[in-house]
Design a protein around this ligand. Structure first.
Ligand code: ZN
Length: 253
């Protein structure tokens, strides 16, 4: 089975890496390692380009997805989707530089980290989440209304506090023993390797401490400190049913 080493999980700030083309599939180009985040956990897939080492031949990448097996289940490989209608010059065995559209990704990292702050501020179970470069939305399972002003002020305060954002992991068994860590009803924690990646905003090791903001399993890409989120605003709060409130946030720069 093909596995793509996902460098972005350890270091979300990697903008490019060297890699080898290991397969060309109908779903996309598969590399042995990548900095491209594949669509998942609500976060959109990265775009960018692959550049062949040697002659510099380029291939525009419009999206990245988890490669699916014949049973239509996602695998541990990443399919880099080339631009439709453009020539695709790569062959298996080619060495390439895989380079993401960093401006777009960094916006998604800021917005994604912002959704963790929202989860803390609202404090209700999350029933859906979407992060793109244009904005993020989080659906909360709750019947009470939300105050747009107050939420916006809460976000600004957490950004100003410049909390540290730390990537760590716990074992599947530890997660099973602490089901309360999972705040999302719609996104399953990123299991599969025996360990589950966790994201902590503020606080100490186990998400404790007086400045603890949020601690939950998450496979996405985040900024290193909440200050880096910068100018984030609540653009809309929608009632999506008796038990659902949608909060939409965007970047003001
Ligand atoms: Zn996250």
């Amino acid at each position: 089975m093909t596995v793509t080493q996902d460098l972005f999980r350890e270091d979300s700030y990697l903008q490019q890496c060297e890699a080898e083309v290991v397969a060309l599939t109908e779903q996309g180009i598969v590399l042995d390692r990548t900095v491209f985040y594949p669509l998942g956990g609500g976060q959109a897939g990265d775009s960018g380009e692959l550049e062949r080492v040697g002659d510099g031949a380029r291939c525009t990448i419009v999206d990245a997805r988890k490669l699916k097996n014949p049973e239509d289940q996602p695998t541990q490989a990443v399919a880099h989707v080339s631009a439709p209608g453009e020539p695709m010059p790569l062959a298996v065995g080619d060495k390439v530089i895989a380079r993401i559209d960093w401006g777009r990704r960094h916006r998604m990292m800021r917005l994604h980290t912002g959704t963790h702050l929202l989860a803390h501020l609202v404090g209700a179970p999350v029933n859906g989440c979407s992060v793109t470069a244009e904005g993020a939305r989080v659906d909360f399972a709750m019947s009470e209304g939300l105050d747009k002003e107050l939420l916006g002020q809460g976000l600004a305060a957490l950004v100003a506090a410049d909390h540290e954002v730390t990537v760590s992991s716990i074992s599947d068994a530890e997660l099973d023993a602490n089901p309360g860590l999972v705040k999302s009803m719609s996104v399953q924690p990123p299991r599969g390797t025996g360990r589950v990646r966790t994201i902590r905003v503020g606080g100490t090791e186990a998400g404790q401490g007086s400045d603890a903001v949020d601690y939950q399993p998450c496979g996405g890409t985040h900024v290193l400190r909440t200050g880096e989120i910068g100018a984030i605003v609540v653009s809309k709060i929608e009632k999506k049913g008796a038990q659902a409130r949608r909060v939409v946030v965007s970047l003001a720069d």
